[in-house]
Design a protein around this ligand. Sequence first.
Ligand code: KE4
Length: 421
Amino acid sequence: MISSAKSSACFAEAKKYIPGGVNSPVRAFRSVGLDPRFIRKGKGSRIYDIDGNEYIDYVCSWGPCILGHAYPPVINAVKEVCENGLTFGAPTERETELARLIIEAVPAIDRVRLVSSGTEAVMSAIRVARGFTKRNKIIKFTGNYHGHSDGLLVKAGSGLLTESIPDSGGVPEGYVAYTLLADYNNEDSVKALFDAEKDDIAALIVEPVAANMGVVPPKPGFLEFLRDITEKNGSLLIFDEVITGFRLSYGGAGEYFGVKPDMVTLGKIVGGGMPLAAYGGRADVMGVIAPEGPVYQAGTLSGNPVAVTAGIETLKALKDNKELYESIDRKAAVLEKAFRDSGRTVNRVGSLLSAFFTDKEVTNYATALSSDTKAFASYFGRMLEEGIYVAPSQFEAMFVSAAHTDEDIERTAKAIQVCAK
Ligand code: KE4
């Protein structure tokens, strides 16, 4: 048994001051029945907790750390830019540089706004879609998670699934009246909503690869179907690429699948581990945003120079080393095979994967929910004992980074074959 005495003591102390002892629910390890590990440091593929334990990390801060922890070019650039001050609330040249990098990388983005979190990016994109179309309703999919803005906390994934609170408290009925629910990979469920509401659907938002009910790939043709039905009905298609952006390829899921949405939300990797996210899309759609147009969105730290610097250095590293995508995909395939050889259901797209403790093929919310979360909790605990840190939830993804070595992958595959049976 590896010691977690210091983490447990810190967790008890934290709970005196912070609800649940954490600043984001899924970190609390509640669904796996353990005390969370308090992390002291990360370097490359490793994280180290305050009890001195070392782990191979596949959470990667829920996706941002595609280059591994403390990637030197990012750290050095951030250190340097901090010397000039942290924030001005005024435009800086670096914001334009990052905006240009994003627009060059993501086919669907003609113009982009920088914000501070994925939640803020999605909330803003939804408002822009409503402002542009002058329609009210939004379609989302059960099990998709788009951050914690009120209107989207309806049958959402990620921590809401993990904690079995699919509809958050504190959200008045009226706030979700315009949120319509469809079933992922189920074209008929989408058609039915358009048949019933077509003249008032502003947008359909989708995780092009669902990763908040565990990883659930779009079935062949599903994204093309969504592109077609939204276009036919004058609604906007929004790809929530907070996870898939710069992850599936340098151009994200849009490039990976060859489907061009009207808007894209980005987070995680785009900020290189700092609080930075973005939303963008067609020039005409983005033209409604204040001060050019009537749709308001603002932020004290939007485009913060330090966060923007981390984002620029991260995207430059990815842009100059695109072969890393093939490498991390190949490494993830080794883990996928280890899970399959252990009898697990596995979904993988690129370097994103999830193993499920169910005999069903996991293609949507209902089949994801058929997973045995107690069996997952036992697997999680055994992996932690092996020094492998995966997400403390059946309904999250495993992320492979460029820092994971072949030895890391081999050791992890061996641990999977012991722990995931
Ligand atoms: P943030 O507000 O957490 O930066 O991003 C919200 C968000 C939006 N869209 C997608 C597809 C997302 O996955 C997320 C956030 N992802 C979760 C993990 N699956 C963040 C982890 C957490 O909540 O602590």
